[in-house]
Design a protein around this ligand. Structure first.
Ligand SMILES: [Zn+2]
Ligand SMILES: [Zn+2]
Length: 69
């Protein structure tokens, strides 16, 4: 099936969710191209800064979305 939308970034493992989306940590909108990271398991987006804040709070091994573990 040609024309199937490729996962952005070309990573394997999960399908990145479409943008824009709401950040689970700061609740602001996430837009493409501004330091966006995403969960490798569920594919939901998060700001890189927020992800680092989350990680520095000792929760780096949990999903910021709390949807996967
Ligand atoms: Zn954020
Ligand atoms: Zn996740």
């Amino acid at each position: 099936m040609r024309g199937y939308q490729q996962a952005q970034g070309g990573r394997e493992g999960c399908a990145r969710q479409p943008l824009p989306a709401d950040c689970p940590i700061c609740f602001e909108e996430i837009v493409e191209g501004k330091g966006v990271d995403f969960c490798r398991v569920c594919g939901h987006n998060v700001h890189c800064d927020c992800q680092q804040r989350w990680a520095s709070a000792g929760k780096s091994d949990t999903c910021p979305w709390l949807w996967c573990k």
